[in-house]
Design a protein around this ligand. Structure first.
Ligand code: PDD
Length: 278
């Protein structure tokens, strides 16, 4: 694989990150994952807008314009002949001797790589997945897409050990989001529920793109938080992310959703999203 590190495209074996990179020492870095289908990036404008926002919130001054970032992504896709998968970008605050305080003069570091994987027609998308419920272990600024992901790593690993495919996180009696996805439920009367944007969750690009498509179809997504019990009582459930697109959820904790198979409304949303992406 050819990867991108601080201005250069190199074979992954030759890529070097500094020991004192703050991304490595403090998780002081932000990232984005963009889906690639048939060689084309999906919803990339939304991802780059969110990257810019994350950088701004943390005061990381990346001196690269959006077209320059797109050029890096495009070259990564081309050099790796990527058809289906993801392109990952990470910006760290820079390198300095270890100190919680950072000087204003640091040069941010941009790295990127591709991952080849099938995103459409997967078993998870066809049959749906089982998600566990667990307390949200993360910090209070989940609207910033930081590379500080240990909470998600531990929650996902624990869910897998309990026999689940993924996990939805819960705080103050409400579902925040999936560990690496946006959580959605569809009630018996057909309302699609998604939590409104706040600092409690990452504003999902896939969710946003889907909401636009729904609006164009006259379908309304109601932005409100829901409880774990509401989720478990829902007619249908699904999660969205750049790496899983629209994935049906057929079990939440110990409760089967609907008849245990992806529901018709979720199927329709999946088709709507794929049609636009394809
Ligand atoms: N994660 N919420 C969290 C906590 C996430 O990590 C992600 C994405 C999402 C969905 O966002 P989007 O639709 O923009 O991908 C929501 C990526 C895929 C990851 O960490 O690999």
């Amino acid at each position: 694989r050819i990867v991108y590190v601080h201005g250069q495209f190199v074979p992954e074996e030759e890529a070097r990150i500094g020991l004192f990179d703050r991304g490595f020492l403090f998780g002081d870095a932000v990232y984005e994952v963009t889906a690639v289908i048939a060689g084309r990036m999906i919803d990339n404008d939304l991802h780059l807008a969110r990257l810019e926002r994350s950088l701004k919130e943390l005061g990381i001054p990346l001196a690269l314009a959006r077209p320059d970032i797109v050029a890096v992504q495009t070259e990564l896709i081309a050099r790796n002949a990527l058809q289906d998968g993801t392109v990952y970008l990470q910006v760290s605050r820079g390198e300095a001797d270890r100190d919680f305080f950072y000087p204003a003069t640091l040069a941010p570091r941009l790295v990127g790589f591709t991952q080849a994987k099938t995103l459409t027609g997967t078993k998870a998308q066809q049959n749906g997945i089982a998600v566990d419920l667990a307390a949200d272990p993360r910090w209070q600024r989940r609207d910033i897409k930081t590379a500080m992901l240990l909470g998600q790593v531990m929650a996902k690993q624990a869910a897998r050990a309990r026999g689940f495919d993924d996990v939805w996180l819960v705080e103050d009696g409400l579902v925040t989001e999936g560990a690496s996805s946006t959580a959605h439920v569809i009630t018996a009367d057909g309302s699609i529920l998604t939590r409104a944007a706040s600092q409690a969750t990452l504003p999902g690009c896939t969710q946003r793109a889907l909401a636009r498509l729904c609006a164009a179809e006259g379908l309304h997504i109601e932005e409100r938080a829901f409880t774990p019990a509401e989720a478990q009582d829902a007619a249908e459930a699904f999660q969205t992310s750049a790496s899983s697109l629209v994935t049906p959820v057929v079990r939440i904790g110990d409760r089967v959703i609907g008849d245990g198979r992806p529901g018709p409304r979720t199927r329709a949303l999946q088709a709507l999203y794929l049609e636009a992406a394809g």
